[in-house]
Design a protein around this ligand. Structure first.
Ligand code: FAD
Length: 449
């Protein structure tokens, strides 16, 4: 096809959205030699005083790192991140227990969203074939011609044509609107009943208020709080809770009462005054998941990142999956049939709290150690490999069945074996009675003393 710039010109790729995925994608297309034009509705965040974003920091893992590596950015971003080797579970009584993420040496990284976005924009700009256009909000575009209409903050309009349009404009994508008008396009959007609110835990005497190399979690069944470390020695705490619970709290004293009940150890670390103030600074934010298919309109337009598959944040995969899209597109240009499976809040808020979860985690880790190629924990597949998401889930179901059957089989074996031994060699009842008698007399002594 002839490119808009004429037959001798290179193909023009328009990346719409200069967030995390759009900025990285601009690097990928520029590296492949396309003429890249990036359009972002916000002003240049590298010059802005306040940067609006969806969360202050994010967990970067293997898929995201692989994509960054592809454009020579991995080392730089990793050096600015804080490794988190384990989850640190905070019980109600203040007890802290670590649960490692994977094997020794495996970790995820806490990275600053705004900084990552700025670094990626700067990296994109270093390619001479890339142009960044800020203050350009996509209003509409034509699937037939690829003609896009952008509006600027002064109200002026601009029309731009491209050979390929890459929609990286987030969960509420304007590019996706054209898809919705087409036949056989499947789309669903689901809000979970939970909202999130970010609170800051300042340093104490210039040091982190808690151990920094962990993702701290306060699981409390229907809601929870997590905290990720930042380079300035603060922690960003994110409280996830049903909206109706957020709304029940209307005064500063109620905030403290609530924290006293559920997160008492966090009160002195965040600070009473800060808690009373910051809880009301911004309303709780909604979380949406988006599924759609197909991800492209012919060879004219493709959706990537949250525009294609926004997920709830509990598995720390949204950005990582979006970054992986860039590699997948690069590797197999037109195959975008990734199956993104929803991961539920439940995994984190309830399972990490349950004894069965911990028991199974130990069993899974032990089996992974003994049979590293056969049994791989789900979290390891999702976070530390590039196994396709749907394959990871299918494999996990299979492993789960095998391990549960194995456990049932072992338990039954132990029970039958134990009974057999008991029948064959009945214990001397007197030997059992003596300690029991002793115990009883001790109890009586205690009760009466
Ligand atoms: P966005 O980051 O939403 O960027 C879209 C960009 O497009 C924005 O810059 C926007 O201004 C621009 N735009 C929008 N409309 C237009 C338009 N009409 N014209 C031009 N530009 C437009 N993911 C992880 O991997 N790890 C985590 O730990 C993690 N934690 C999270 C915590 C929370 C609380 C939330 C809400 C999300 C978290 N995520 C995490 C998910 C992650 O934030 C997203 O998956 C990621 O931001 C998606 O990047 P994106 O570039 O596709 O979309």
């Amino acid at each position: 096809e002839e490119s808009p710039g004429g037959p001798s010109q290179k193909k023009v790729v328009a990346v719409v959205g200069g967030g995390l995925v759009g900025a990285l994608n601009a690097c990928f297309f520029a590296k492949r030699g396309f003429d890249v034009e990036l359009f972002e509705t916000r002003e240049d965040i590298r010059q802005a005083k306040i940067v609006r974003g969806r969360s202050i920091n994010l967990a970067l893992s293997h898929r995201g790192r692989q994509a960054l590596k592809h454009v020579g950015m991995e080392e730089k971003i990793v050096s600015q991140g804080i490794p988190m080797h384990a989850r640190m579970i905070h019980s109600l009584n203040g007890k802290q227990s670590p649960i490692p993420y994977g094997k020794k040496g495996q970790y995820i990284l806490s990275v600053d969203r705004a900084n990552l976005n700025k670094e990626l924009l700067t990296a994109a700009e270093t390619y001479p074939n890339t142009k960044l256009n800020f203050d350009r909000k996509l209003q509409d575009w034509s699937a037939e011609t690829g003609l896009m209409t952008f509006v600027r903050s002064d109200g002026s309009e601009e029309q731009v044509e491209a050979d390929l349009i890459v929609g990286c404009d987030g969960a509420f994508s304007a590019i996706r609107k054209q898809f919705l008008r087409r036949s056989r396009f499947n789309y669903s959007q689901t809000y979970i009943p939970h909202g999130y609110m970010e609170l800051t835990m300042p340093p104490i005497n210039g040091e982190f208020a808690m151990k920094p190399n962990y993702l701290h979690i306060w699981p409390r069944n229907t809601f929870m709080m997590i905290a990720l470390p930042n380079l300035d020695k603060t922690f960003t705490c994110t409280l996830f809770m049903p909206f109706e619970e957020f709304e029940k709290i209307t005064t500063g004293d109620e905030v403290i009462e609530f924290f006293q009940k559920y997160f008492p150890d966090a009160i002195p670390l965040i600070g009473v005054d800060a808690l009373k103030r910051d809880y009301f600074r911004l309303p709780a934010q909604a979380m949406v998941s988006v599924k759609c298919s197909p991800y492209h309109i012919g060879s004219k337009c493709v959706l990537m990142g949250d525009a294609a598959h926004a997920v709830v944040p509990f598995y720390g995969q949204g950005m990582n999956a979006g970054f992986e899209d860039c590699i997948v597109f690069d590797e197999i240009m037109e195959q975008f049939n990734e199956d993104f499976t929803q991961y539920e809040l439940q995994t984190m808020r309830a399972h990490v709290n349950s004894k069965w979860f911990l028991f199974r985690k130990h069993i899974d880790n032990l089996l992974h150690f003994l049979m590293p190629k056969t049994i791989i924990p789900l979290y390891t597949m999702v976070t530390f490999t590039r196994t396709r998401y749907h394959e990871a889930v299918a494999r996990w179901h299979w492993q789960d069945r095998v391990i549960n059957r194995g456990l049932l089989f072992s338990a039954t074996g132990a029970l039958l074996g134990g009974s057999f031994l008991l029948i064959k060699n009945p214990p001397d009842i007197n030997k059992l009675l003596v300690p029991a008698e002793k115990m009883w007399s001790r109890l009586v002594a205690l009760r009466t003393s």
